[in-house]
Design a binder for this molecule. Structure first.
Ligand SMILES: [Zn+2]
Length: 211
């Protein structure tokens, strides 16, 4: 078997991928180099938030932080492909039949970036993320004081409620789980409008939750 004479570049460090492993031949995964792949070790951390089952795929390490920043800050859309590539089928099957709703976004941020990061990360794998949470006031959770975080619910609003009410099983997805106050507010807002089976999936979790 002759390999095609093509050059592949790692999508996260942009270095040429030289070692063609058996794994990459079998799975045609040439997105990231071995070094970056080793940095992308999932933790699959199960936890509860507001009584709901939640799953975090990665720990929020410096590596993940940098990659999410590249995606969100610099608009490097290629980066989005690396996060879920190996787990797409696992995720699809685990949450089969769930209506997926992304974390809150501010309309102005989407205009500025031209895309929404959760949408990018999940849509690449044909996992459709719907938007129903909007920020009434633009805020960054990390900038809020502890007592203000409890009031996040006042800073969010649900849009297009009719479409949510068509579903009974809802999966909330977000990129980073820090204090959980945003997810808690999202759950509360949903429970205010109806009775749903709610689960949570986050790309990464800040370490204090995993220890
Ligand atoms: Zn790399």
């Amino acid at each position: 078997m002759k390999l095609k004479d093509e050059t592949y570049f790692c999508k996260t460090c942009f270095k040429e991928i030289k070692e063609i492993s058996l794994h990459s031949i079998l799975y045609k995964r040439k997105y990231i180099c071995r070094a970056c792949f080793q940095n992308l070790t999932p933790v699959f951390c199960n936890f509860k938030i507001a009584g709901k089952s939640a799953l975090a795929i990665y720990e929020y390490t410096d590596f993940i932080k940098e990659k999410i920043y590249l995606l969100k800050g610099a608009g490097d859309i290629e980066i989005a492909t690396i996060f879920l590539d190996y787990y797409r089928w696992y995720i699809k099957l685990k949450y089969l039949g769930y209506y997926i709703i992304g974390g809150p976004s501010s309309p102005s941020k989407i205009n500025e970036r031209g895309f929404e990061q959760n949408e990018m990360i999940f849509n690449f794998f044909n996992i459709k993320v719907h938007h129903h949470f909007e920020k009434v006031i633009d805020f960054k959770q990390s900038d809020l004081k502890k007592e203000e975080r409890n009031k996040i619910i006042d800073k969010l609003k649900l849009v297009d409620i009719e479409n949510i009410l068509r579903h009974r099983k809802i999966l909330l997805v977000d990129d980073i789980f820090t204090t959980g106050s945003t997810i808690q507010a999202m759950i509360k807002l949903l429970e205010n409008i109806g009775k749903f089976k709610i689960k949570v999936l986050v790309l990464s979790i800040v370490k204090k939750h995993t220890t």
